[in-house]
Ligand binder design. Sequence first.
Ligand SMILES: NC(=O)c1ccc[n+]([C@@H]2O[C@H](COP(=O)([O-])OP(=O)(O)OC[C@H]3O[C@@H](n4cnc5c(N)ncnc54)[C@H](OP(=O)(O)O)[C@@H]3O)[C@@H](O)[C@H]2O)c1
Length: 367
Amino acid sequence: MEQTHLAGRLRRVTLAQRRLEIYGRGGDTPATPSEKEALMKAMLYTTYGSPDVLKLKEVGTPTLGEQDVLIRVHAAAANAGDLHLLSGTPLMIRLVAGLLKPKHQILGADVAGQVTAVGRAVTQFRPGDAVFGDLSASGYGAFAEYVAAPAHAVALKPAGLTFEEAAAVPSAALTALQGLRDEARLQPGQRVLVNGASGNVGTFAVQIAKALGAEVTAVCSTRNLDRVRSLGADHVIDYTQEDFTRRGQQYDIILDAAASRSLADVQRALTPRGAYILVGGSGDRFLQVMLLGPWRSKKGGQRFGTFVKKPTQEKLAFVKDLLETSRIAPVVDRCYPLHEAAEALRYLKAGHTTGKVVITLSQDKRT
Ligand SMILES: NC(=O)c1ccc[n+]([C@@H]2O[C@H](COP(=O)([O-])OP(=O)(O)OC[C@H]3O[C@@H](n4cnc5c(N)ncnc54)[C@H](OP(=O)(O)O)[C@@H]3O)[C@@H](O)[C@H]2O)c1
């Protein structure tokens, strides 16, 4: 994960300094910034901690690199990754996020907004383009009015989606897609079980597995059964009533976003050549699968693996196509204004969202 860009870019500057920086660059950088654009509001955190450490501040808009686009953020979305960065836990994360204090000072990987400027080397986008993307590999920073991101981290926003809906897509959908298509190598007709089906990743996993031709079983709590059914799940299991590993059913793929059952238990629910792919749910389980996965996996037989999402434009384009052809749709749970980002993260942290928690920065627009 490349997590240092934004900290480097983020400086407090006066309006005069800011004008000099931008006017001086020339080339095809747009755009004389208006005074409004030279400073921006952002939710900053300078120490690790609970959502209480987030403060609304005014800072300079990010500097634009040659390969970057500057995005006026219309909506961002909150992810479990933001909670990890905010708290600096598990401690391992500090190796990349900053040992004693965060290198990133602005959270937010999922973004949807409008390009207001492009770097000299960018040919794919123009000011005015509506885009969406996942900035988790390129510095985060979407909990702000503007964010600079490498052009390869974004794609044109899917037609027909609001900015809020578009922001709800990238991180979760790309994770679900990578888990099912690339890690589990899903084939049409396979039986797929999604554990944690009502969460961010789970809601996309159910829909993407269906779009890829699977028979899908979704595991969630009682209150989310109908919602998950409406996403297209063929079967639903209420984990408060039933343990999916003890029903005598076996699945070709188990995509696990909750890590609620032991590896020995899930092994029982896998077909002899089935794949268990851990998305998340617990840091311990992540380590366990990394260390024991290769040992438990049998040649030509069951596979146990985990992965770290790699956002790419190819995956964004794949997901954009699924959205535009109505084969998948984002689920927005709640929207919060930027200054209530801490509240949004508290809600996410409680662990029972139904879809995405979105931060809204502008009036909704479909473009
Ligand atoms: N590998 C990667 O690159 C990657 C990428 C993104 C996320 N992640 C990780 O994946 C995990 C899930 O992320 P997320 O964003 O989808 O989280 P989320 O939105 O909080 O969803 C988690 C879901 O798990 C469900 N759940 C809780 N207890 C459960 C249980 N005992 N059995 C089944 N489901 C249960 C909850 O649903 P109910 O309300 O129905 O209980 C909740 O909706 C997190 O740990 C995150 O860090 C990993």
